[in-house]
Design a protein around this ligand. Structure first.
Ligand code: NAD
Length: 418
């Protein structure tokens, strides 16, 4: 099943429970606008080259659209579509005033010079500056793009529209970026786990964690969990996995990865086969790397009682059904990894108000939003007697549907959503 089909499956499972009829379902699932442009630049060699850029704007019923911009040789329009729709549900479930979007440029950042990347980014802005903006659609870094990319976008966009730092988030601090943005997704993952375990009556210090991926999300999540006393027994990255039944020292592992570029070769733990991580003996499994890794085959081997989806789309629908049947508690991606977009929202708020928040305030506000969303998801799951993913989608879909109806697309099927 493709990424788009997976999102559609989860969406439809929830919309069925909500009793949404097919006409409204189609309105909610179809992107409002799909833009495809050619970015034409002169390479350092003097040759001309073109790179295809995409922006999918899925829904704006609750506010300007928000989502990352990835730079990758195979930006797949199908995947961009699915990720744009996921952003709509993600921003709705944590109740921040945004819709969803996603974009990308088909290029290989590893093969391009700094100057060439800058030219591609500026050419992309030249093509799409009329359809993005602080009140329209606000891109952010994603795979292959970074704070520097966002700085170029601010500069190029400002040439057309005047000084506009709020056109993107994930900027360098010097250009209006927010404190706490880099760690935000991992911090949000931690708040989600804290809320769940409080409900379950489990102390973090009594739990063993396994984390797939030690990049931005995985490493910060690991840091906050271990600071709170949680024992991280296994970690993997693209190169391999490590295990220690007594718990891995995260600070020293971070120092190792800074110099080695991988967790492999770390001496404070045993080496293990990379994909063994998913089925290792632990209480909490945190996929924080790739989509589609928890398949039906892997699912039956999983020992964890809790799955925290820090990555986007790590669980296939077949595995999801299995977890529900087996009573394995799963916190879904649209909630768990929303910390990044929440702090992006804070960055946008700070830019618009021209007022800076300190890290303490950023984290306090993030925690409030994550805990409120958690309580609402759990309450919805209890009221409608469903799993937490379906509850999160129900909450998100009903918010988007209500906003759509209130803005005037009123008909009988929209009125069914209360
Ligand atoms: P990243 O590139 O910083 O890190 C990815 C990590 O996964 C690396 O450690 C890499 O080595 C590892 N990895 C790759 N293939 C692997 C494999 N087969 N087995 C084990 N590990 C593997 O990426 P990130 O920003 O940490 O994002 C991770 C996931 O979280 C992605 O699904 C992303 O879409 C999602 N996400 C990220 C953010 C964010 O703010 N960074 C926000 C929301 C969702």
């Amino acid at each position: 099943m493709s990424a788009t089909e997976t999102t559609k499956y989860y969406f439809q499972r929830a919309s069925k429970e909500l009793g949404i009829e097919s006409q409204l379902e189609k309105v909610l699932i179809t992107p409002r606008r799909e833009v495809k442009v050619e970015c034409i630049i002169e390479l350092d060699s003097g040759e001309m080259a073109t790179y295809t850029g995409f922006r999918v704007q899925h829904d704006s019923a609750r506010g300007p659209m928000k989502g990352g911009l990835r730079y990758h040789p195979e930006v797949d329009p199908d995947e961009v579509n699915s990720l744009a729709s996921l952003m709509t549900w993600k921003t709705a479930v944590v109740n921040i005033p945004y819709g969803g979007a996603k974009g990308g440029i088909s290029c290989d950042p590893g093969q391009l010079s700094h100057q060439e990347l800058q030219k591609i980014t500026r050419a992309f802005v030249d093509e799409i500056h009329d359809v993005i903006g602080p009140q329209l659609d606000i891109p952010a870094p994603d795979m292959g793009s970074n704070a520097q990319t966002m700085a170029w976008i601010v500069d190029q966009f400002s040439k057309y529209h005047g000084w506009t730092p709020a056109v993107v988030t994930g900027k360098p601090l010097e250009l209006g970026g927010s404190e706490g943005r880099e760690a935000a997704t991992g911090q949000g993952v931690f708040y989600a786990i804290e809320a769940l375990m409080k409900d379950e009556g489990r102390a973090l210090s009594d739990l063993r964690f396994a984390i797939q991926g030690f990049g931005n999300v995985g490493s910060y999540a690991a840091k906050f969990i271990s600071q709170a006393g949680g024992k991280i027994v296994a970690i993997s990255d693209a190169g391999g996995a490590i295990y220690s039944k007594d718990g891995i020292d995260i600070e020293s592992l971070m120092l190792h990865t800074q110099s080695a570029g991988t967790i492999c070769g770390y001496e404070g733990a045993e080496a293990m086969k990379r994909d063994q991580l998913l089925t290792v003996d632990c209480d909490v499994l945190i996929p924080a790397a790739l989509g589609g890794v928890l398949t039906r085959e892997v699912a039956s081997e999983i020992k964890a009682k809790y799955i925290i989806e820090a990555a986007n789309g790590p669980t296939t629908p077949e595995a999801d059904e299995y977890f529900i049947k087996k009573g394995i508690i799963l916190l879904p991606d649209i909630f768990v990894n929303a910390g990044g977009v929440v702090v992006s929202y804070f960055e946008w708020v700070q830019n618009i108000q021209q007022f800076r928040w300190n890290l303490k305030r950023v984290n306090e506000e993030l925690k409030t939003i994550m805990l409120d969303a958690y309580s609402e998801i759990v309450q919805t799951a209890k009221t409608t007697n469903c799993d937490l993913r379906t509850a999160a989608f129900q909450l998100a879909i009903s918010r988007v549907a209500r906003a759509t109806a209130l803005r005037g697309l009123e008909n009988e099927s929209f009125c069914m959503i209360r």
